[in-house]
Design a protein around this ligand. Structure first.
Ligand code: THU
Length: 160
């Protein structure tokens, strides 16, 4: 038996002002999308914005449903739309912002496991890393240079 350590690296910025301009721009698009979320059940609004290598910006937000499991997270709403509209484009960068209506989120909110798996599919497909920035509604912003940092031991098509 041997112990296997898995390392993952994130970069943390104190505020959105510290981000490179192109990331600030995309995060502001995520804020706008977050404000349009349909989340009457959880009151937890999430927005995601994606920059494609063709210059297009795709946004999405969480869409909830009275039948709770039928709802969808912001990240998957955005990335599935991007994949459906621009199947040959690569995802360069993704920005995510989340907040509760009753309680503001002031620390970085990472994408859920299902969204990480969905993002992984596109990273594997395009053979290039997807940069991911995530935050609450203010405060610290975390950056991952690739989805791999958020989902080590990814399950992908190589095993099928
Ligand atoms: N949600 C997202 O949109 N993205 C995530 O990564 C985590 C959770 C949404 C789903 C649901 O509408 C609400 O946040 C509470 O879980």
């Amino acid at each position: 038996m041997k112990e296997v350590k898995i390392e993952s690296t994130l970069y943390v910025f104190e505020t959105i002002e510290e981000l490179p301009n192109e990331a600030v721009f995309l995060m502001r698009k995520a804020f706008d999308a977050r404000d349009r979320a349909y989340a009457p059940y959880s009151n937890f609004n999430v927005g995601a914005a994606i920059l494609l290598d063709n210059g297009e910006i795709i946004t999405g937000n969480n869409q909830e449903n009275a039948s709770y499991p039928s709802g969808l997270c912001a990240e998957r709403t955005a990335i599935y739309y991007a994949g459906s509209q621009y199947p040959n484009a690569k995802v360069v960068r993704m920005a995510i912002s989340a907040t509760g209506k009753s309680k503001p989120m002031l620390s970085p909110i990472p994408p859920c496991g299902a969204c990480r798996q969905a993002i992984a599919e596109y990273e594997v497909k395009q053979k290039s890393p997807i940069e991911i920035y995530f935050m609450g509604e203010a405060g610290k912003v975390a950056k991952s240079k690739s989805l791999v940092n958020l989902l080590p031991l990814v399950f992908d098509k190589s095993v099928l």
